[in-house]
Design a protein around this ligand. Structure first.
Ligand SMILES: Cc1ncc(COP(=O)(O)O)c(C=O)c1O
Length: 453
């Protein structure tokens, strides 16, 4: 019998998260205060985040202990299986062995609870009573809704309008877990009201929803904000994916030639890849590839620059690949990949040449996702289809080069609540979309006046 999956016992779950800041050959550029142009300090972040999370955000410690209460919740679905995609391999007919971390087994169906659970936990310990957040596809909002419920916190989610309309079941899931979910832009914040008065049909964007959630947090008592991607602490929490994968690969005597993940804000890509980037920094030969949409190509076409994380310019200036904080992406179905910026850590690794980035259009990604579903059975999330398209490309390269290759990728979530997007694809309504060059020029103008990294 051929082995199809590698399972870790509960006792084998990693007890610490990994923080790549300890191993970076050159340090990250610091976030800057927009008014002074000086690096922000922990106190600048205190109105929106609890201090225990701020400490992790700025930490340079290599290993951070995972609290017992967080481990207890992780064990509901973790360690997640490492699966071998033998059927997909056959259908690609290439000399590759494909392994993937199945993050679709979490209660919310994606990697997002890996960060939501510790975030709710640390807020609870700090004394927060209520959290506000944004969500694109609805995966993060549902994950944080569930996590807040587990730790007895209230939760309000601002969901990007286009996804709110495309994905009603995600809102219902949030409601089932006790969270409130509003379509963003909403009439609940000054930012939302301003955008609605300028453009009542605004499809929304993550940049807008983040502004609304931050405004909510600073205008409500005992409320803190939670961001589902981008920031250092979120990437640290997601490192559990790659740390488990390392152990699982070692169990079967394998090591990847290439590690891949799809990248929206960068958290699941970082989660699977950072432990392997660490190996690379220390001399190991491994390629690391981020896959993003051609409609929102922050890594492949956006400049590396200081920019705001949100439209209302409330966040510190972050050094990242960006399409401009007021960028409103086309309403593609991969709602979780529609963010103008990229995690500073991921952006930094690209600048340092430690990772690569590639972009794929939505038709190509659904082609790959449907091929996957028809061979492996599991239906991927539209975001996950991007990394599957990249895997197809890697396999084709291996075939052309006649070289055996071990591929490891992160299957970031299932698509069972995204069936309407499959319906659009299968009925021929999806069209390829490439961001026009004028949009990149516009992005450059938006960030012109900010300090340069
Ligand atoms: C299934 C899935 N994959 C990937 C992403 C992209 O987010 P990130 O780049 O932070 O992993 C999302 C975001 O919502 C998602 O829901």
């Amino acid at each position: 019998m051929e082995q199809m999956k590698v399972i870790l016992e509960d006792q084998e779950i990693p007890r610490q998260w990994y923080n790549i800041q300890a191993d970076l050959p050159t340090p990250l550029r610091p976030p800057l205060h927009p008014a002074t142009g000086k690096p922000v300090g922990p106190d600048d972040l205190a109105p929106i985040f609890p201090m225990n999370i701020i400490e992790q955000e700025v930490s340079r410690e290599r290993w951070l202990d995972i609290p017992e209460d967080v481990l207890a919740k992780y064990l509901l679905w973790r360690p997640s299986p490492l699966r071998r995609a033998r059927n997909f391999e056959k259908c690609l007919d290439a000399p590759v062995r494909i392994y993937y971390k199945d993050e679709g087994v979490s209660p919310a169906g994606s990697h997002k609870p890996n960060a939501a659970i510790p975030m709710a936990y640390y807020n609870k310990v700090f004394g927060t009573k209520r959290m506000a957040t944004e969500t694109g596809a609805g995966q993060w909002g549902s994950a944080l809704g569930m996590a807040c419920q587990m730790f007895g916190l209230q939760c309000r989610v601002y969901m990007v309008k286009v996804s709110y309309n495309q994905k009603p079941y995600r809102r219902m899931l949030m409601n089932a877990w006790g969270a409130e979910c509003l379509s963003s832009p909403s009439d609940q914040t000054a930012t939302g009201r301003k955008i609605l008065s300028d453009d009542p049909d605004s499809p929304g964007s993550l940049g807008i929803a983040i502004s609304e959630a931050i405004e909510d947090a600073v205008t409500h008592p005992n409320t803190k904000y939670g961001l589902g991607s981008v920031l250092n602490h979120v990437l640290v929490y997601q490192s559990i994916i790659g740390l488990e994968a390392e152990k699982q690969m070692a169990k079967i005597g394998e090591y990847p030639d290439v590690v891949l993940g799809c990248a929206g804000g960068g958290s699941n890509f970082a989660g699977i890849s950072l432990p392997f980037v660490r190996d690379k920094i220390h001399g190991k030969k491994v390629s690391v590839v981020a896959a993003e949409p051609t409609s929102c190509p922050s890594l492949t076409r956006g400049p590396f620059a200081y920019d705001f994380g949100d439209i209302a310019q409330t966040t510190p200036l972050l050094a990242m690949h960006t399409l401009g904080h007021d960028f409103v992406p086309a309403p593609i179905h991969a709602g979780g990949l529609r963010y103008h910026g990229m995690a500073p850590i991921v952006s930094h690794l690209l600048v340092e040449g430690l990772i690569e980035a590639r972009s794929y259009d939505q038709v190509e990604t659904f082609d790959a996702g449907v091929k996957w579903a028809r061979s492996e059975g599991f239906l991927p999330a539209p975001e996950t289809n991007h990394v599957i398209a990249a895997v197809v490309q890697e396999a084709a390269r291996a075939r052309e080069e006649g070289k055996e290759k071990v591929i490891l990728f992160n299957w970031s979530g299932h698509g069972l609540i995204d069936l309407s997007s499959y319906d659009s694809y299968l009925s021929g309504q999806l069209t390829p979309y490439e961001l026009p060059e004028a949009e990149i020029e516009r992005a450059l103008r938006t960030i012109q006046r900010f300090p340069k990294p």
